[in-house]
Design a protein around this ligand. Structure first.
Ligand code: PLP
Length: 411
């Protein structure tokens, strides 16, 4: 019997096998037919400490037995309060306010709406958003509007709003910085960027000093700076936030994925006092008009509180440093690949010719890894490794042996 399930980013017409996963532990997934799969992509970049970290599992169980869900408009609960306080302690001090939502995409929608609300409430409406070429910020209409346009959003393109797209920072980033300076003259509302790494755009890295200069130009022109750290946050690039490496503090920060250690959906958009205060008034029309039914779900917040405790009490940064060194060693030892690169726990390279998501050898590459019991999800001919921080050397060796083999077959 065929399944009624319609999977995301999956072409069902190709009839590729869809493994049934039953259990997870650490860096591994176990299928119903008894296979052990190494999770080389942290299950879409979310799993940081490893699957089913016992402290997060316990926090979820405890919270589910106490308070499951409560409307968050005008009501509150301990896990949300503790989490928001904890986040303001660990994130840059200027980000004093925490708005909850449910996914990376919604954290971006919230960021964009906050930026527009800020300008309207100050009596100076602005609507234009600046973005980086090849960016990705989610699959909602707003997220797609500020992301790269391509085959994956061609059906919706006419509905996406117009943005100012800056060229991807090549080398010293002069191309991007000059374009930003010019675009700022038209008084845009905000610039949104993925700091240091453009993830879904192909694991494209750019330099920290370009990020710092983009931030400085925005500050000089009074343009809000939104850092989308949905992928780069929680240690992925070797520091808690990628922005840290550039000494950058954004006006608005989007976090999700690793916020709960990757166990349960939750997102936050953090904002500075001026953004919050622009919405502060006796006038109801100035409040921030955004919510979803599950905003700040207590069970998800409890999982994130446990995640913060893990960051405080376990040697997470040491694990990240160890993994980063192991990744570098392996990605640069590969033969017959192009553009080997690594930053923190992320490593990537290109295999074979052709560019883009649907081009070239993508599906054959994906099958190559699947048949070797590895969860590696190439983006076109870009292969990347972004595993949970607990992955051991044997599992890493398995992943890299398969990449090396792929380079020989497809390179
Ligand atoms: N922003 C960035 C930088 C992302 O990488 C992603 C997802 O990969 C998103 C936003 C969207 O997050 P979600 O898939 O949780 O909606």
């Amino acid at each position: 019997m065929t399944s009624p399930v319609w999977h995301p980013f999956t072409q069902h017409g190709l009839n590729e096998p869809i493994p049934l996963v039953e259990r997870s532990e650490g860096a591994a997934l176990y299928t119903a037919d008894g296979r052990r799969i190494v999770d080389a992509v942290s299950s879409w970049w979310v799993t940081t400490h490893g699957h089913r970290h016992p402290r997060i599992v316990a926090a979820i169980q405890e919270q589910a037995a106490k308070l499951d869900q409560i409307i968050f408009a005008g009501w509150t609960h301990e896990p949300a309060e503790t989490l928001a306080r904890g986040l303001t302690e660990i994130m840059p001090p200027a980000l004093e306010h925490v708005f909850f939502s449910d996914s990376g995409s919604t954290s971006v929608e919230v960021a964009l709406k906050m930026a527009l609300g800020y300008w309207l409430n100050r009596g100076e409406p602005r609507h234009r958003i600046l973005t980086l070429e090849h960016g990705y910020h989610g699959d909602t209409i707003g997220g797609m509007s500020v992301g790269a346009r391509g085959v994956y959003n061609q059906a919706y393109n006419p509905l996406l709003f117009d943005v100012g797209t800056l060229p991807f920072p090549a080398g010293d980033g002069r191309n991007t910085l000059d374009a930003l300076e010019a675009a700022c003259r038209d008084k845009p509302a905000a610039l949104i960027v993925e700091p240091l790494v453009l993830g879904a755009g192909g694991m494209l890295f750019y330099e920290a000093r370009v990020l710092a200069q983009m931030r400085a130009i925005c500050a000089a022109h009074d343009v809000l700076f939104i850092a989308d750290e949905v992928m780069t946050g929680w240690g992925r690039t070797g520091t808690l936030l990628a922005c840290e490496q550039a000494g950058v503090v954004p006006d608005i920060l989007c976090l999700s994925k690793g916020l709960t250690g990757g166990v349960i959906p939750l997102a936050v958009t953090m904002a500075t006092a001026p953004i919050f205060e622009a919405h502060l008034s006796a006038d109801k029309a100035k409040m921030f008009f955004h919510s979803s039914s599950y905003t700040a779900n207590p069970i998800a917040c409890a999982a994130a509180v446990a995640n913060l405790a893990i960051w405080r009490e376990e040697p997470v940064m040491e694990r990240i440093a160890t993994l980063a060194a192991r990744q570098r060693e392996r990605i640069f030892a590969l033969e017959g690949v192009r553009n080997a690169r690594a930053l923190g726990t992320i490593a990537a390279c290109e295999i074979g010719g052709g560019e883009g998501y649907l081009a070239g050898i993508g599906p054959a590459l994906a099958a190559h890894f699947r048949t070797r019991d590895l969860l590696v999800r190439p983006m076109g001919n870009t292969v990347y490794v972004m595993p949970p921080y607990c992955i051991d050397e044997d599992d890493l060796d398995r992943i890299y042996a398969a990449i090396q083999e792929a380079a020989r077959i497809f390179g």
